[in-house]
Design a protein around this ligand. Structure first.
Ligand SMILES: Cc1ncc(COP(=O)(O)O)c(C=O)c1O
Length: 438
């Protein structure tokens, strides 16, 4: 028996109001559109999805092979050996005395971010442009959010003054707040200096805000000089990280949160929810991750090569775009550029392009280059800006080539041209397209 149309239509009204009208996360959506275009034999430059181009380091893959028979459910907070390895990793990396008890392992840091927002009944404060999922998550849960706009002039960085002003305007100093900071930043590729973090930490402490410090790109600071705000505000900072970016293992789905003892009540609430939902992260993945976080010398070398390639490529891309008349900061971490097309607003308007979404749609249709519009990063729809992820190259080949060049030497000037050609062709196409006459 077929179901009458009217019954199908009726069913959608029973959706939770918070999720009604939601589509797929923007980054997953662009990936799907690229796949469709490729199936129709179009050449596509995939600069939309923020996925590491590099393979999972060989010793970690081998550890997963060995761990395949691990079949038991693990404790909800995570495998004890892994929690220890994560705490040690942060001690080494960030010079902060993290304790294994503070660590919780989750199926991706994205899920942990969702859980923390669910468990904590406070306002979410997000400087924008920001990663695509913080605000949709807040809305699904029904949390109030506040966006603090950042500017090109400040290097797309939140300032302590902005934060103070925003908190003071609330007229409610100690309202529960969760301030989300992400550095090195997706989408801007910029990061904070230690002094800036110190100042932001002072404001957070004064207003007793909890800082959710998303440091998933920390190990991909191009000079290996990432500093965590937890150094300056240890009692109020949750550090978020995971395997997805620095270890190239996004699909393994393993994220980590670190809580200081003052926030164990929040860790425990999250663990309670986790125990009623996903139970624990896949056992073989957790066992293999122990090897990743121990970072032996081979993994250290892998990281230094990855950083060197990203630094050279990011600079090269920024240079091409600046020469075309666009505004962009040279990236200092991760693999993103936030490109401001507004200096060419008049020329674009004469081609019927007046907002970010139209800009990226036309760019994809006319050049095959996929990038994500500003609106995906909590910016106004009319903002003529977009994120470009410089990741469409064979990371395994690039790493192998880099390994032939001593680490203390810079990469030869033609390295990126040979090893990251698709990215540079794509960026060149953007430059030509944007400067083309009508
Ligand atoms: C800034 C930022 N935070 C968090 C995540 C989530 O990463 P995962 O859930 O894979 O740990 C991403 C992924 O793209 C990201 O870019």
């Amino acid at each position: 028996m077929s179901i009458p149309q009217s019954m199908n239509a009726d069913r959608s009204v029973s959706l939770n109001l918070n999720v009604r009208g939601m589509g797929l996360s923007a980054t997953l959506d662009i990936n799907e559109r690229c796949r469709q275009l490729q199936q129709q034999n179009h050449t596509v430059y995939k600069l939309g999805l923020g996925q590491s181009p590099f393979p999972v380091p060989a010793p970690v893959v081998e550890a997963l092979r060995v761990a395949a028979p691990e079949k038991d459910y693990l404790p909800v907070l995570g495998l004890p050996a892994l929690r220890e390895a994560v705490a040690e990793f942060h001690c080494r990396q960030d010079q902060i005395p993290f304790h294994p008890d503070g660590v919780i392992i989750g199926p991706g840091s994205k899920e942990l971010m969702f859980l923390v927002q669910l468990a904590y009944y406070g306002q979410i404060i997000v400087p924008s442009p920001c990663w695509v999922s913080y605000l949709p998550q807040a809305r699904v849960i029904g949390r109030t959010d506040k966006i603090i706009p950042k500017s090109f002039g400040n290097g797309w960085r939140l300032t302590a003054e902005q934060l103070t002003e925003s908190f003071e305007r609330d007229n409610d100093d100690y309202r529960p707040r969760l301030l989300v900071l992400n550095y090195p930043n997706n989408p801007s590729g910029q990061t904070h200096t230690a002094d800036e973090l110190k100042e932001i930490a002072e404001v957070a402490r004064r207003f007793r805000a909890i800082v959710l410090s998303d440091e998933i790109y920390g190990p991909l600071h191009h000079q290996g000089q990432h500093v965590s705000i937890a150094r300056f505000y240890p009692e109020g900072t949750i550090v978020s990280s995971g395997l997805s970016k620095w270890c190239g293992a996004g699909g393994w789905r393993l994220g980590t949160f670190y809580f200081p003892p003052d926030l164990y009540w929040l860790r425990d609430a999250m663990a309670a929810v986790a125990s009623e939902t996903y139970t624990s992260v896949s056992a073989p993945i957790q066992h293999a991750a122990v090897h990743a976080f121990h970072t032996d010398v081979r993994i250290e070398r892998y990281l230094w090569h990855a950083r060197r390639i990203l630094a050279a490529l990011g600079s090269q891309c920024a240079k091409i775009l600046i020469q075309a008349g666009l505004r962009v900061h040279r990236p200092v971490g991760a693999f993103y550029l936030y490109v401001d097309f507004s200096p060419l607003r008049r020329q674009l308007a004469s081609r019927g392009i007046t907002d970010g979404r139209r800009l990226t749609t036309r760019l994809l249709e006319e050049t095959g280059v996929a990038i994500l519009p500003a609106v995906c990063f909590a910016r106004p729809p009319e903002e003529l800006a977009a994120r470009l992820a410089y990741v469409d190259f064979d990371g395994a080949q690039a790493l192998a080539a880099s390994e032939n060049i001593p680490l203390h030497e810079p990469l030869p000037s033609d390295f990126t041209q040979h090893r990251c050609e698709r990215v540079l062709v794509g960026v060149q196409r953007v430059a030509e397209w944007v400067t083309a006459r009508n």
